[in-house]
Design a binder for this molecule. Structure first.
Ligand code: PLP
Length: 504
């Protein structure tokens, strides 16, 4: 075949969809979640702003009616469809809430778009850093109280692993101080459908601006997003729908996709009609799955977490990350994330029994009991049969470190660094957009220099150093340890001879 007639991306995407079990976003299960009447005709909906279709950026008629129904389903005062992702929704929310140059309170663990928004709007970040033993919500309340001049506070809940942050005290305190509450609920679009079975939504707790990535947990197309203003925020005038519309025009394309917007309309209607039944059925499947987990695999779940997010600690299995990835690949099960100790899976709401069975088989294959298993990536024999039968039965001595640990490096301290800010040398806006000279230097030579780009370990996709922050020795050691553990670190070039870009 002529090289130029090939379509490498099309070919690889078809291969990725063929006979696989999807436990990652998008939650439309490669289109299987759409009924044939919609799936087979989606492409006929790809249209532009003509009399018959309306305009997503100027909602009227059918477009407005669909958005108003979404506001009802999710319990918002005003809703917009965003077809360029929650990335756009968050930028719009920031620009709506925060005048240029104002202060924004936020934890370190935020999606990178927040820093991009802060840079564009020249916002001054007030970092929320929990003291030892302090919970995020307590630290946020402390910062809101200490910074009444801050325009807004930003919170992500639920986070990737399904953990949620209670918002009641934060919102109460923010109201008292006149601070707006912006919530990144990218992973929680499904919460509204079953309030008694799932955690409370940010809107039901009184958040002012909320962004949801529909494609992460609903049958919608990537990157469909709902951007909401809370009921009280609208009626009290704290947030203006008109300003939000203006700001959305700044960040959203002038050709928003009708196909994606239609999938947002569909997902909302599906949620109303089928959502609750689907949540109940998925909870049943998850409960069956977890009843029969190998003892060496530990489900990480707090009572307030999203019960539909599956997060497992596999360090007790004795497997390396490479082995775990291999076992998933062999079972044709695609997880969302496998990091050094955790597996995160996102089952779609309409996951079938057959898909769950495939997952159960893979989880059981992780169990090393009585087996002498394959060699790890470095070619070292990984000794199976780590535990005696008595230990397995009692669960005693099954540790998450030491003998049963699958990854020799303890990177807990690296993760704790992600919650602490590095000293800022140059404002992030200046580092990103200023007329700066940057130079690539070997990692060890970057100590004390300002980063010219974000340094982001993936997973978990949270910045260790933001542009303009000082690259300290501690952070360099953390990067080295992450690279040694085979974690990708964006912003670090040539991982075999690591180098980073610094500001001259
Ligand atoms: C917590 C969180 N917020 C925001 C986003 C951005 O969402 P989108 O991909 O819809 O632009 C993501 C994407 O992964 C995310 O995980």
């Amino acid at each position: 075949m002529n090289e130029l007639s090939r379509m490498p991306l099309v070919e690889s995407l078809f291969a990725a969809a063929e006979g696989r079990f999807s436990f990652h976003m998008p939650a439309n299960r490669q289109g299987k979640s759409f009924p044939p009447w919609l799936r087979d005709k989606l492409w006929t909906l790809d249209n532009t702003e003509i009399e018959l279709t309306g305009d997503i950026n100027h909602p009227e008629g059918a477009v407005l009616a669909a958005m108003d129904l979404a506001a009802k389903t999710f319990g918002a005062g005003h809703t917009r469809f965003v077809t360029t992702g929650t990335t756009t929704s968050l930028l719009t929310a920031l620009a709506t809430a925060c005048p240029r140059g104002s202060k924004l309170i936020l934890p370190r663990r935020v999606h990178q778009t927040i820093m991009h928004g802060a840079a564009l709007l020249e916002l001054e970040p007030v970092w929320e850093e929990p003291d030892t033993g302090e919970r995020i919500e307590q630290a946020l309340v402390r910062e809101i109280t200490q910074h009444p001049e801050a325009e807004a506070v930003f919170i992500t809940t639920p986070v990737y692993d399904g953990t949620t942050i209670p918002l009641d005290k934060i919102i109460q305190c923010a109201r008292d101080q006149g601070t707006l509450v912006i919530v990144d609920e990218a992973h929680g679009s499904h919460f509204a459908v079953a309030p008694d079975l799932l955690p409370p939504t940010a809107l039901s707790q009184g958040a002012d601006l909320v962004a949801m990535s529909a494609h992460k947990t609903l049958p919608a197309l990537t990157p469909g997003s709902y951007l909401h203003i809370g009921n009280d925020a609208i009626t009290s005038g704290r947030v203006s729908a008109e300003r939000l519309g203006q700001m959305l025009k700044v960040f959203q394309t002038t050709s928003p996709s009708f196909v994606i917007a239609a999938s947002l309309d569909y997902a909302r209607s599906w949620l109303e009609i089928e959502g609750r039944r689907a949540v109940e059925s998925l909870l049943g499947l998850i409960s069956e799955l977890n009843k029969d987990l190998p003892l060496t695999l530990k489900r990480l779940h707090q009572p307030s977490s999203d019960p539909l997010r599956l997060t497992y600690d596999y360090s007790g299995t004795g497997r390396t990350r490479a082995e775990v990835r291999q076992i998933f690949a062999e079972g044709k099960v695609d997880p969302e994330v496998i990091d050094l100790s955790q597996i995160i899976l996102i089952p779609a709401l309409d996951t079938t029994g057959e898909e769950m069975k495939a997952l159960a088989e893979v989880l059981h294959a992780l169990d090393t009991r009585g087996r002498s298993f394959v060699t790890d990536a470095a070619g070292k024999a990984n000794v199976g049969g780590l535990y005696s039968d008595a230990e397995i039965k009692s669960g005693k001595n099954i540790t998450t470190d030491g003998r049963g640990s699958s990854n020799n490096q303890d990177i807990g301290w690296v993760h704790s660094l992600l919650d602490r800010s590095a000293p800022a040398a140059v404002p992030v806006g200046e580092a990103l957009f200023g007329d700066i000279c940057k130079r690539e230097v070997p990692l060890r030579e970057a100590v004390g220099r300002a980063a010219a780009e974000a340094i982001v370990p993936y997973p978990p996709g949270v910045a260790l150093v933001w542009p303009g922050e000082t690259i300290t020795l501690e952070r360099i050691e953390a990067i080295e340890q992450l690279l040694a553990a085979d974690i990708t670190v964006y912003g670090v070039h040539k991982p075999d001879m690591p180098s980073v870009n610094v500001i001259e």
